[in-house]
Write a protein that binds this ligand. Structure first.
Ligand code: HEC
Length: 145
């Protein structure tokens, strides 16, 4: 009987102690999640991703994209995450990228549209190789094979 009560105590204590610990952990996780605020640049990047995915679908469906999304120009001014800086490499890549993206919408260009589009996506990737390698595998999915 004693052994039974003892083990009952141990079990209650074990679960009694485990439970709250788990709750604390989830509460912390939620806190961290709530505190994550994507930078203006991160939001712009996600928008550029979505827009280019749409352009890719249009090209594959034989629709000629005509209107350059002016929002993309925000790449020159959007605020970056705290730990990143707008250095010279970033600035020259953003210029090249914007020029190339504009070419996609140049209906008078002699260069095949798939090529103009892929050149642009490769510039997304080049800039990312210099400082933000995380999203590269995602961006590669935008390329027209
Ligand atoms: C001039 C450099 C440069 C170019 C060009 C560029 N990126 Fe980025 N990208 C960055 C930087 C820097 C960040 C990190 C932004 C931050 O955290 O403030 C980023 C972040 C991202 C992210 C992650 C956003 C998030 O939620 O954290 C994605 C996705 C992305 N870029 C996709 C693209 C795509 C698609 C293109 C081309 C259409 C592109 N990028 C072109 C520099 C660039």
């Amino acid at each position: 009987m004693r052994v039974f009560i003892l083990s009952l105590c141990i079990i209650t204590c074990f679960f009694g102690c485990k439970q709250p610990e788990k709750e604390i952990v989830t509460a912390k996780e939620e806190l961290v999640y709530d505190m994550y605020q994507p930078s203006e640049m991160a939001n712009l990047m996600n928008e550029m991703y979505a827009q280019n995915l749409k352009v890719k679908e249009d090209i594959l469906n034989g629709i000629v994209p005509e209107e350059f999304p002016l929002d993309f120009l925000k790449i020159h001014s959007a605020e970056l995450s705290e730990f990143k800086s707008r250095n010279e490499t970033f600035q020259s890549f953003s210029k090249l990228f914007i020029e190339s993206e504009k070419e996609i919408f140049n209906t008078e260009s002699q260069v095949p549209i798939e090529e103009r589009y892929n050149n642009t996506i490769n510039l997304c990737i080049s800039c990312h190789q210099t400082e933000c390698t995380g999203p590269i595998s995602r961006i590669q999915k935008l390329l027209i094979k």
